[in-house]
Ligand binder design. Structure first.
Ligand code: GDP
Length: 197
């Protein structure tokens, strides 16, 4: 499915402008700088086509991409800018809460966690939201090339421990590096299966 053409088709900053949910959706979430655009680029090899910026200060939107009319990839706005204003945080939370809790056709949220830094409070907030709305999510540990293998393993155990009582998390967590390409093919095949449900 990742060989299909990727087309940007909608951006929404309020739930009323979400496009119709005609296809199974896979969304990508994480702190700003976690490596989300690099991952989307590695997965699709055609990212950046019509991508809008989610840098602080600019409007935060949820961006919808159609992959060969088989699946929809959704880029959720990055969070956790140290210097983001409270209004920005509230707007993010409102938008993402609405999206994860009401979106028909949302099959999976990929929550990206930087292997070096682990889960932060705002990651936990998002996990909490998804648990409450019973949204299936899986953890992707990013930038594994930056960390010694022993520390990658330690971090994975810590995250699993954190989430072990949770019901909507899909295991196992996956470890990826967009730089070395590690884990990208396995992630593609996991996600391709979702599009066939
Ligand atoms: P985003 O803000 O989540 O979209 O993050 P980006 O994809 O823009 O990446 C943020 C920074 O991390 C950039 O400088 C990337 O080059 C770097 N980066 C992203 N993925 C990797 C990776 O797998 N390995 C390494 N070493 N750096 C990465």
């Amino acid at each position: 499915v990742f060989r299909n053409k990727l087309t940007f088709f909608a951006a929404a900053n309020v739930s009323s402008s979400f496009p119709p949910a005609d296809l199974p959706e896979i969304a990508f979430a994480g702190r700003s700088n976690v490596g989300k655009s690099s991952l989307l680029n590695a997965l699709t090899r055609q990212w950046g086509v019509a991508r809008t910026s989610d840098k602080p200060g600019l409007t935060q939107t949820i961006n919808f991409f159609n992959l060969g009319s088989k699946i929809c990839l959704v880029d959720l706005p990055g969070y956790g800018f140290a210097y983001a204003k409270d209004e920005v945080k509230d707007a993010w939370e409102e938008l993402v809460k609405e999206y994860v809790s009401t979106r028909v056709g949302l099959k999976r949220v990929c929550l990206l966690i930087d292997t070096k830094w682990g889960m932060k409070p705002r990651d936990h907030e998002l996990v909490h939201l998804m648990e409450r709305s019973q949204t299936k999510y899986q953890i992707l540990m990013t930038k594994t090339d930056m960390v010694f293998p022993i520390d990658v393993a330690r971090r994975a155990m810590e995250i699993e421990e954190n989430l072990k009582a949770n019901k909507s998390v899909v295991n196992p967590l996956m470890m990826i590096s967009s730089k070395s390409g590690a884990g990208i093919r396995s992630l593609r095949s996991v996600l391709a299966k979702i599009s066939r449900f």
